[in-house]
Design a protein around this ligand. Structure first.
Ligand code: NAP
Length: 310
C-alpha cells in the first residue's frame, strides 16, 4: 500500500500531524520505535500547554493525543526505521519489521536532551532531575536549584529559574562559561545565581525524591556531597549539557544545521514531499505547543502537495 502520509515519530509533533492528516481523509501511518510521547512522556506535569488547566501529566496528554489521532483514522505501528529512499515521487522507508511507501513523509523524530550520565540520574528524573526549566521550574518555588552546563541554554535557563528558586547554582565543568557574552553579563548581574566552577556531578541520591548530589572538583578530584536543606527535604537539578536531534538517518539527504533539519515556515525540507516537524528542526522554541503547531502545518502542507502532485 502507498500511504498518503507516513509520519516518523509519535511525540506531540507526529501525533498532531497524524490528527490533521487523518482528519483531511488522507491515509496516514505513524511509525514510532518506542512508546508514543517522546520527551513529554517523561514530564510529570504539563502546566503550560494551553487549555491544560488540570495540569495533565505528560503520559495522560499523550494518551489523549493518540486517542484523538486514531479516532480520525490515523494508524500506528511500532517499528524502527533503518534507512530511507526519498529519490522518487513515492518515498520508501525500510523498517526493522517491514517496508513502507508514501507520497509524503513527515519527520517528527524529536531531539533528546543529553544526560549527565551519573548513577541515580535515571531513577530521579521527574523527581528532582529535569531537562526542561519551562516545564518544571515552577515546581521549585522557593527551593534551591542546581543547573548543570555552561552554554547558552544552561545560563539562560538558570536566569529563568531564579523567578522561582531562592538560589540557583550553575555547576560547570570548566572555569569559564561557553554562553554568549551578552547572556553571561546578564547572569553575572543576577544576585540569585552562584557558580561551582571546575565541577561535575558524579552521583545523585534520594529515596523517591532528590535529596543530595555528589560534586567532584575536576582539578583536585575532591568529592563533596551536597544535601538539600533539612526544611526543604529536596531540591532541583536542571541539566543543560546539550541536545541530540534524532536526525542521523537523514544525514546527507536532508539539509541540516548542526544536526537540526532546516525547513521553511511551511515545514518543507529541501526534498519535495518531505516535511519536518517538532524539536528536530531549526527553531527558537522547543515546546509541546510549538511541536503540535509544526505537526498541523506539516500535515496541511502534505495535503496540498498531494493535491498538486498526484
Ligand atoms: P551547548 O552550547 O552544546 O553547551 C553545552 C554545555 O554543557 C557546555 O558548556 C558544555 O561544557 C557542557 N557539557 C557538555 N557535556 C557535558 C557533560 N557531560 N558534563 C558536564 N557539562 C557538559 O548546548 P546548549 O547550551 O544547549 O546550546 C545548544 C545550541 O543552541 C547552541 O548553539 C546555542 O548557542 C543555542 N542556543 C542559543 C540560545 C540563544 O541564542 N538565546 C539559547 C539556547 C541555546 P563546555 O563548555 O566545557 O564544552
Amino acid at each position: 500500500m502507498i500511504y498518503d502520509v507516513v509520519i516518523i515519530g509519535a511525540g506531540p509533533a507526529g501525533l498532531s500531524a497524524g490528527l490533521y492528516a487523518a482528519r483531511a481523509r488522507l491515509s496516514t501511518l505513524i511509525i514510532e520505535k518506542e512508546a508514543a510521547g517522546g520527551q513529554i512522556a517523561t514530564t510529570d506535569e504539563v502546566a503550560n500547554y494551553p487549555g491544560s488547566i488540570e495540569h495533565a501529566t505528560g503520559p495522560s496528554l499523550v494518551a489523549r493525543m493518540v486517542e484523538q489521532a486514531e479516532e480520525f483514522g490515523a494508524k500506528r505501528v511500532t517499528d524502527t526505521i533503518l534507512s530511507v529512499d526519498f529519490s522518487q515521487d513515492v518515498k520508501v522507508l525500510k523498517g526493522e519489521k517491514q517496508e513502507y511507501q508514501a507520497k509524503t513523509i513527515i519527520i517528527a523524530t524529536g531531539a533528546v536532551p543529553k544526560h549527565i550520565g551519573c548513577p541515580g540520574e535515571k531513577e530521579l528524573t521527574g523527581r528532582g532531575i529535569s531537562y526542561c526549566a519551562t516545564c518544571d521550574g515552577a515546581f521549585f518555588e522557593d527551593l534551591e536549584v542546581f543547573v548543570v552546563g555552561g552554554g547558552d541554554s544552561a545560563v539562560e535557563e538558570a536566569m529563568y529559574l531564579t523567578k522561582f528558586a531562592r538560589k540557583v547554582t550553575i555547576v560547570h565543568r570548566r572555569d569559564a562559561l561557553r554562553a554568549a557574552k551578552s547572556i553571561q553579563e546578564k547572569a553575572l548581574k543576577n544576585e540569585k545565581i552562584e557558580y561551582l566552577w571546575d565541577s561535575v556531578i558524579t552521583e545523585v541520591k534520594g529515596e523517591g525524591l532528590l535529596e543530595s548530589i555528589v560534586v567532584k572538583n575536576v582539578k583536585t578530584n575532591e568529592e563533596t556531597e551536597i544535601f538539600a536543606d533539612e526544611e526543604d527535604g529536596t531540591f532541583g537539578v536542571f541539566v543543560f549539557v546539550g541536545y541530540d536531534p534524532a536526525t542521523k538517518l537523514f544525514e546527507g539527504i536532508i539539509n541540516m544545521d548542526g544536526g537540526y533539519i532546516i525547513t521553511d515556515d511551511n515545514m518543507k525540507t529541501n526534498i519535495p514531499g518531505v516535511f519536518a516537524a517538532g524539536d528536530n528542526r531549526v527553531k527558537s522554541l522547543r515546546q509541546v505547543v510549538t511541536a503540535t503547531a509544526d505537526g498541523a502545518i506539516a500535515a496541511t502542507q502534505a495535503e496540498k502537495y498531494i493535491e498538486e502532485k498526484f
